[in-house]
Design a protein around this ligand. Structure first.
Ligand SMILES: [Zn+2]
Length: 81
């Protein structure tokens, strides 16, 4: 497991301190889930909502500025294979 690749980040808007978090959403069973970045133009699938076959799915890290509330999103790199 990769350990803490993200150094201290500051807000691009105001230079304030960023707090790490994630974009949480609820799935169709009302479970809280973290958003993921899906490679390519989204295409609907009747089975899974969006087609994901063969595409890269990366966890999304979200940082919130403590001063102005700006959100910055980063796709976390895939684990080494
Ligand atoms: Zn800010």
């Amino acid at each position: 497991m990769a350990s803490g690749p993200i150094a201290e980040k500051t807000c691009a808007g105001c230079g304030g301190a960023l707090v790490a978090g994630s974009l949480a959403t609820k799935d169709s069973y009302y479970q809280v889930a973290a958003a993921q970045w899906l490679e390519g133009v989204p295409e609907k699938s009747i089975w899974s909502g969006l087609k994901t076959g063969g595409r890269l799915l990366l966890p999304v890290a979200s940082y919130c500025c403590q001063s102005c509330g700006r959100l910055e999103l980063y796709a976390e790199p895939p684990e080494d294979v």
